[in-house]
Design a protein around this ligand. Sequence first.
Ligand SMILES: NC(=O)c1ccc[n+]([C@@H]2O[C@H](COP(=O)([O-])OP(=O)(O)OC[C@H]3O[C@@H](n4cnc5c(N)ncnc54)[C@H](OP(=O)(O)O)[C@@H]3O)[C@@H](O)[C@H]2O)c1
Length: 237
Amino acid sequence: MQETGKRIAIIGASGKLGRYMVAHALERGYEVVAVCRPKSVAKLDAFKDAITIVPGRTDDRAAIRKAVSDCDAVLTVLVPWGVHGYATNTAQAVLDFAPEKARLIFSCGWHISRDGKDVYPLGLRLLVPLVSVVGRLLRLVDIRDQENATRRIFESGRRWTVVRGSDLEEGESEGLPVWSRHVGDPILASNRTRRIDFALFMVTAIEDESLVQEAPAIVSCKSQSAMAAKGAAALTR
Ligand SMILES: NC(=O)c1ccc[n+]([C@@H]2O[C@H](COP(=O)([O-])OP(=O)(O)OC[C@H]3O[C@@H](n4cnc5c(N)ncnc54)[C@H](OP(=O)(O)O)[C@@H]3O)[C@@H](O)[C@H]2O)c1
């Protein structure tokens, strides 16, 4: 593996998506600084000799400041845990402390809409308000927090990409997911992506200038809807 000379931070590195991102990033020769909750540091044991770990919650401004300084890119797992603005404070810390020219790539789900033009399947239209109400009542998650976080990112003027994941599944890589600006586009209809490939999309976005200030909704390139769209495009050529 050829070293790129580029340093990247992965915020929320110990989760499932985070660990896949660490693996992809190391494979591509990036120097990796990982932030994860102190109690989760052991989840990064497999990588501990290859990365720098900064223990800290992702909304810990001091930890984020330390991790992102001098980074060329920051990959952030945005999760709306609790009811005290965890995702918003995480995003704000990254926006405040990442170097001006850094690529900033954030994860979230299809339910986030940049321009209100997404057309959601019935299941998601029912699920999001339900999770929103029940999550807040139980003080476990706050979907509005992830919405606030992404609004700040969209308005930031920074070199951001907000990657909107479909339903996730485990399994071997199927390749780089395909994407569309809007949920409701037939290419996304299958609504499934391997988590390992969600991570691949996040890491690949570092070098993809066409994704700057985009909020791609992604789907597996091997899903039925992606294959059908590819077939239709080939027929019209
Ligand atoms: N799950 C899905 O089906 C799905 C679908 C579409 C998009 N997404 C997006 O994908 C990203 C990753 O989600 P994931 O579901 O796959 O989970 P994940 O990768 O396992 O990540 C969960 C993260 O939340 C942290 N966490 C867990 N409990 C916490 C708590 N009480 N307080 C603070 N942090 C806590 C974990 O840290 P520790 O390692 O310290 O526990 C980890 O960093 C998210 O941005 C999500 O919006 C998920």
